[in-house]
Design a protein. Structure first.
Length: 363
């Protein structure tokens, strides 16, 4: 049997010869800018973006978004100024967005947060461990037949009793022996086995820091979905909020795992260069304010350099609200640079050049 050669399907050649959608969109963009609609960049996409950034319509910004990366666009002054305005460094924005705060940023960069000296559970853990009942557990507590005797010296001084050294340690003397001056002594059984010793209560471990998305998901059913639900449905609405909260918590935990894996891959590719400006691992501090400040400074640098995982398109290709003060400053500087120089020549100089000197008139 003769071998049959495979012939390409007619639709295959048609699909190969037809230009991709991005070329058609680029031709539309070039036509909008008054350029020849060739469907190809006359220069590099970055240089094209540098020239026509302020003239690109919002419906065609995806052409440059696909042709350039956020890290490459950080070299464009107009893009860098928009990021600085969005970050609250310049312009009319009063505060830094929550995406660049430690409470939100540590979920995108967990290894960077830990390298800065933070707790693996997120910001606020060190403060809660210091304030959340740990002071009680750190103070000396003695267990004598199930009785906790704490700060006996201070209690004895407040009661005015005399401290004596006995079988149960330093205790206040009981003048009449009825145990009234020592209420804790009356709980010691005279006959039978001593009560079982109990361990001092310990404070519950602090919960991980909650994100803004977690709070929004839990409150959405009662505030947006069914804000005026009758009392009979309040329990169901609350259950729906709890369910959405649990689902969002699982998603955030998975996002942290994925972010940690991504950071490990980047560290494998770049080495320690990816952690420049951060303290060494052994130099961790317990000052949470310093840890947060170090981490947020590194997070801001990552964002400005286009290395963060935030959606850059809505920042790079959107005009800042309230104007761009950096662009206005550049326009003013260019205006004064292009302004004609003031003629400081004297009448004598003009007379030498054959022109009319000062005070002369051509009648």
């Amino acid at each position: 049997m003769a071998r049959t050669t495979d012939t390409p399907h007619p639709s295959a050649s048609t699909a190969t010869s037809s230009p991709p959608d991005t070329d058609a969109d680029l031709a539309r963009l070039q036509s909008h800018l008054g350029l020849p609609a060739t469907g190809h960049f006359p220069t590099t996409p970055l240089a094209f973006l540098q020239l026509y950034l302020d003239l690109i319509p919002p419906s065609l910004t995806h052409v440059l978004s696909r042709a350039t990366t956020p890290a490459e666009r950080s070299r464009v002054r107009g893009i860098k100024s928009r990021r600085m305005i969005w970050a609250g460094l310049v312009g009319h924005r009063p505060t830094r967005p929550r995406e660049l705060s430690a409470e939100e940023g540590w979920r995108r960069w967990p290894l960077l947060w830990e390298r800065s000296g933070g707790d693996s559970r997120g910001p606020g853990m060190m403060r809660e461990e210091l304030d959340g009942g740990q002071e009680y557990a750190s103070r000396p507590v003695e267990m004598v037949r199930g009785i906790r005797v704490r700060d006996r010296e201070a209690a004895g001084s407040a009661a005015g009793g005399r401290k004596t050294e006995g079988l149960f340690g330093a205790m206040d003397d009981d003048d009449d022996g009825d145990g009234k001056d020592h209420p804790h002594m009356s709980s010691i059984p005279l006959n039978g086995p001593p009560p079982r010793a109990t361990t001092p209560p310990t404070a519950a471990p602090p919960a991980p820091t909650q994100s803004a998305r977690l709070s929004e998901e839990s409150s959405w059913p009662s505030t947006s979905f069914m804000p005026s639900a009758p009392r009979s449905l309040a329990l169901q609405v609350n259950r729906l909020g709890s369910l959405m909260r649990d689902l969002e918590e699982e998603r955030e935990a998975q996002d942290v795992v994925v972010a940690r894996q991504r950071e490990r891959r980047e560290l494998t590719d770049t080495g320690e260069r990816g952690w420049q400006g951060l303290p060494p691992r052994s130099g961790q501090t317990t000052d949470e304010h310093e840890v947060v400040e170090t981490f947020e400074r590194a997070l801001l640098e990552l964002f400005l350099d286009g290395k963060d995982t935030l959606p850059y398109d809505i920042i790079d290709f959107a005009d800042p609200v309230g104007g761009n003060p950096l662009l206005e400053q550049d326009t003013a500087d260019a205006y004064f640079d292009d302004e004609d120089e003031v003629d400081l020549s004297t009448g004598e100089d003009k007379g030498k050049e054959g022109e009319l000197a000062e005070g002369e008139y051509d009648y």
